[in-house]
Design a protein around this ligand. Sequence first.
Ligand code: DHB
Ligand code: MG
Length: 219
Amino acid sequence: PNLANWRAADDYLSETLVGHDPALEAALAAQQAAGMPAIEVAPVSGKLLNLLARIAGARRVLEIGTLGGYSTIWMARAVGDGGRVVTIEAEPDNAAVARASIDAAGVGERVEIRLGRAAEVLPALEDDAPFDLIFIDADKESNTIYLDWAARLGRPGSVIVLDNIGRDGDIVDPASADSMVVGTREALEMLGRDPRFDATALQTVGVKGWDGVAIAVVV
Ligand code: DHB
Ligand code: MG
């Protein structure tokens, strides 16, 4: 297998199953124009978040790591009228770009962006809990802190999605000094060991390269 084929297949799947989406494409264009990194989820993964939220009947979603609002829009569409997405972003410039894109996508009323470091914002969300779905996609070094808060701010049955567990396979390299690899592996081990979670993980290869996602339910 070669990566070019995987990318072409992912493009095909995106075209076939996700399709042209002006609001999401505008969000990506705004993100790029602002000089933000293109590390949003792939279209097929954004749709996975949307489908998981709908399958779970989620009305309240928590996102850790807004970036340009791409995944936020996907999930905001899923919660329906009267649903709510709280999304945490540490970088004010990112939040401003995301705010505009989310509003332009027509889901602004459903989305509240909380500005700040997630580890500091999360304790203030107890009044907004329980969240039905929690998407963790921020600094990988803090993943275990975010998982702990996800368990506290969820309820039995809440869905937790943890992004970027693939890391080009480096998660099995015990010598890796990459703090993102270490943070990811610690999070996976926590998901396996901590009785508050029941989890699995899927590796993905596509437009974003070799990566993956862990999916858990709060027990
Ligand atoms: C990185 C972070 C992400 O959330 C992502 O989806 C891809 C890459 C990173 O920091 O390398
Ligand atoms: Mg990510």
